[in-house]
Write a protein that binds this ligand. Sequence first.
Ligand SMILES: *Cc1c(COP(=O)(O)O)cnc(C)c1O
Length: 229
Amino acid sequence: MIAQGLQEVEENICQACKKVGRSRDEITLVAVTKTQSTSIILEAYEEGVRNFGENKVQELVDKFDHLPDDIHWHMIGHLQRNKVRQVVGRAKLIHSVDSLRLAEAIDQESAKRSLISDILLEVNVAEEESKFGLKIKETLPLIKKISTMKHIRVNGLMTMGFFSDNPETNRKIFVDLKKLSVDIATEKIDNINMRVLSMGMTNDYQVAIEEGATIVRVGTGIFGARYSG
Ligand SMILES: *Cc1c(COP(=O)(O)O)cnc(C)c1O
């Protein structure tokens, strides 16, 4: 089951890379395992997957503590400051930083543990009220503030598109996020790099790759439909 889903996604990633002349090595597939059991995650692990994404802190903690320690866990969901303590040291990359206060909390917790936390800034490109994330024009000013923090490293940007069956729906959003990352990179700010663009989910990861994604976050495309609980 999972082997088949993975193979399909892998083929699609390769196809998208080929279409725009990118190398497969530029893209990291994060298998999104929210609501999935540890036994299902282990199946994907046996197939060679090492990057997994969770959107809830408690699930990330439980799975981190029970699964092999060569897994890279990605925190992809909204993060509250009072839960930062549980995520720092467990998440390889936090995709969802969207405020100065959250960045400060991560910096402080990382300092306590003598760590440097790798993060992305979440941008609400569509500027939808219901979504988390920074407005495009808030992103550079926040990055400048974060650049002085010694225990955070900004590696790029993340966005959530719309849920849609049409893969083209979010193309413009991906183009705009890429453009923003290029604009920020040209500023050459200390301690900031724009190597990572986390964008694209099951319905549109191929389009995201065409537009420059370096991380795609795929759940249902690998594991099938989730129980919504
Ligand atoms: C659930 C989720 C995904 C994966 O969604 P699918 O449509 O199942 O691929 C990607 N990113 C985030 C932030 C998510 O919460």
